[in-house]
Design a protein around this ligand. Structure first.
Ligand SMILES: [Zn+2]
Length: 608
């Protein structure tokens, strides 16, 4: 919708030829009929009322936004025999002659097709003759930026010393291409894009006048598709009307169908599939739309537009009020925007923009589109910076999760009872476990075997945190043995626990408290201590993010630090295994709680 080029131009031409086009029929004849140009109209009317009409004006703005229309009303108004409040009467001879394009006082020239110095000379030479009727001779030069350099110079001479009765109105879609010498001679008015509301309002007026039944939603959609151009809006209405002729009310669905457009909710669906990396489903959705006869480039262009809106919302949700999106779609859009990070949306937009360029010149459009969609779904396939950025975002999300966790821990550490436990004074059960709480998300068991631990070779394949989050079944063969044993056998009997493990458990608070690395101390403090059948010391976490600190294959140094410290503190060499509780798994169901074991040992001592 962004570029006017996305409008089906030939339909518009067709509509123009078939009837008296609506935009001609309903072209405003007085300033009062003009919509959405209040400031410009007010200024011009005041100039007419006060007799302060300038000699040269520049009307700048995109196509179909009312430049020529207002220029013509202005020409009538300055020549009208009975102007009323700055408006042309529409009835005097001058008004009628101008309206019927037979007045010598209005000279229209299209610089796009007449851009030579000779062309402009023909016009300018007439300037020396004063008008035989009326008051002002108005020269409307359309697309004035197309004039050649020599033509501009000739025009400039006239603009420098215009006769009293001459008024030049230069219209352009590209004011930046005008020489400064010309710009500085003109009073400039900027014709920005009209709002969808303004266009929709006018469409309603025209539809009512033509006795066209049309849903508000339909007109609103047409107005949005017109992208700020009243002329396009009316042409599209023409087109819809022609195709819907005899079929009753013009409905929203019918409008989408005629314009080859797609309901915006489709783009939300597509975006979600891409975001979730569901490539197959995304491609299927695309095929489905193409089967319905949607045009591929248009479809992608509209999808880009959807993403552009997401980007604006992401930048600030305040922009919601400026988006021409209905309530229900807006809700979905905001949901979508919150799902994704800015780099992801930007990457989608960039890749799709590139795709449209490729598709335009390709004979394998559909395959290109499908490939593009798959790439969109799989940032890990890409090594470009945007893709990397998306992946970094994923890592950052993990980090943020971890940070929240640390904050939670720090808060708990301010609890005096716990501090006592950590400093080794108390034997109050499994404090670290209490810190961790039980609400954390489950994860796969992620530890290697005890034997493998010291050099990290026991780390299982699914060690990367992203994988371990995905499913509880990613436990590799490396650890399956011990996990199964623990699960089926239930907690071990205390007497099966090797003495060195018991000793570590007894001294654990002290060992932990003297851990050289703060980070390790805090995180390891969240683990519960256990022992498996092989006599390994087992640290059990209930949060995969915490577990990842020790199980990630990148973190060999961390594991070494733990082992070295235990050895230094106890003189014992033990094998250590790190585990993470699964979603539903309860620590006490599957693991022996070493703190209980140690407590049982201590209690008899106390009683002595
Ligand atoms: Zn008049």
């Amino acid at each position: 919708m962004e570029n006017a080029g996305s409008l089906p131009r030939f339909f518009i031409l067709m509509a123009e030829q078939k009837f008296l086009a609506l935009y001609r029929k309903y072209r405003p004849q007085t300033f009062e009929d003009v919509r959405g140009r209040d400031a410009i109209v007010r200024t011009l009317k005041n100039q007419i009322i006060n007799g302060r009409v300038s000699h040269s004006y520049l009307f700048a703005g995109t196509r179909g936004t009312g430049k020529t229309t207002i220029a013509k009303i202005f020409a009538k108004a300055v020549n009208c025999e009975h102007p009323h409040d700055g408006n042309p009467c529409g009835e005097c001879e001058m008004c009628r002659a101008i309206a019927e394009d037979r007045s010598f006082n209005v000279v229209e020239m299209d610089a796009a097709s007449n851009n030579s110095v000779e062309d402009i000379r023909k016009v300018i030479d007439e300037v020396s003759y004063s008008p035989s009727e009326g008051k002002k001779r108005v020269y409307i030069i359309d697309e004035v930026h197309m004039l050649s350099g020599a033509a501009f110079n000739a025009l400039l001479k006239t603009l420098e010393e215009p006769p009293e009765y001459a008024v030049f109105i230069l219209c352009t879609t590209e004011p930046n291409r005008l020489p400064v010498t010309i710009l500085s001679r003109c009073q400039r008015f900027d014709f920005g894009r009209l709002t969808t509301e303004t266009i929709a309002g006018r469409l309603r007026e025209v539809a009512d006048a033509e006795h066209l039944e049309a849903e508000d939603r339909a007109l609103h959609y047409i107005a949005g598709a017109a992208d700020g151009s009243m002329r396009d809006g009316l042409s599209l209405l023409d087109q819809c009307n022609a195709f819907n002729y005899g079929a009753g009310e013009l409905t929203y669905e019918r409008t989408l169908e005629i314009l080859g457009a797609v309901d915006p909710s489709v783009f939300s669906t597509l975006f979600r599939l891409v975001h979730d990396g569901k490539a197959a489903e995304a491609v299927h959705k695309l095929d489905e739309l193409l089967m319905q006869g949607r045009e591929l480039v248009r479809l992608i262009t509209d999808f880009i537009w959807y993403l552009r809106n997401l980007m604006l919302l992401k930048a600030s949700e305040d922009t919601a009020k400026d988006l021409d999106v209905s309530g229900e779609n807006l809700t979905r859009m905001i949901e979508d925007e919150r799902k994704a990070e800015m780099p992801e949306i930007q990457r989608d937009i960039r890749m799709l923009s590139e795709l449209t360029e490729q598709i335009r010149f390709s004979s394998n459009r559909r395959i290109l589109a499908e490939t593009g969609l798959i790439r969109l779904c799989r940032p890990q396939m890409d090594t470009d910076t945007d893709a990397l950025r998306v992946r970094v975002q994923q890592v950052e999300r993990l980090m943020a999760e971890r940070d929240r966790y640390i904050a939670q821990i720090q808060q708990t550490l301010q609890n005096p009872a716990l501090m006592a436990a950590l400093s080794g004074a108390g034997q109050q059960g499994s404090m670290p476990g209490q810190v961790a709480g039980s609400g954390a998300a489950g994860a796969a068991g992620t530890a290697g075997t005890g034997a493998g631990m010291p050099d990290g070779t026991g780390m299982s394949a699914g060690m990367a945190s992203a994988d371990s989050r995905v499913s509880g079944s990613s436990g590799s063969g490396v650890m399956a043995g011990s996990a199964a044993a623990v699960t089926s056998a239930g907690p071990l009997l205390p007497k099966a626990i090797p003495e060195e493990v018991r000793e570590i458990a007894r001294n654990w608070p002290k060992i932990l408290a003297s851990m050289p690395d703060n980070y390790i101390r805090v995180f390891l403090g969240l683990a519960k201590l256990s022992c498996d059948e092989q006599g390994n010391l087992v640290f059990v976490f209930d949060n995969p993010v915490t577990a990842d600190t020790f199980t990630n294959k990148e973190h060999e140094k961390t594991r070494e630090t733990v082992l070295n410290h235990i050895r230094a503190q106890t003189g014992k060499d033990v094998s250590v295994v790190y585990k993470c509780l699964d979603n539903q798994e309860k620590f006490t169901d599957n693991y022996v709680d070493l703190s209980d074991v140690v407590k049982m040992e201590i209690e008899p001592d106390d009683s002595l």
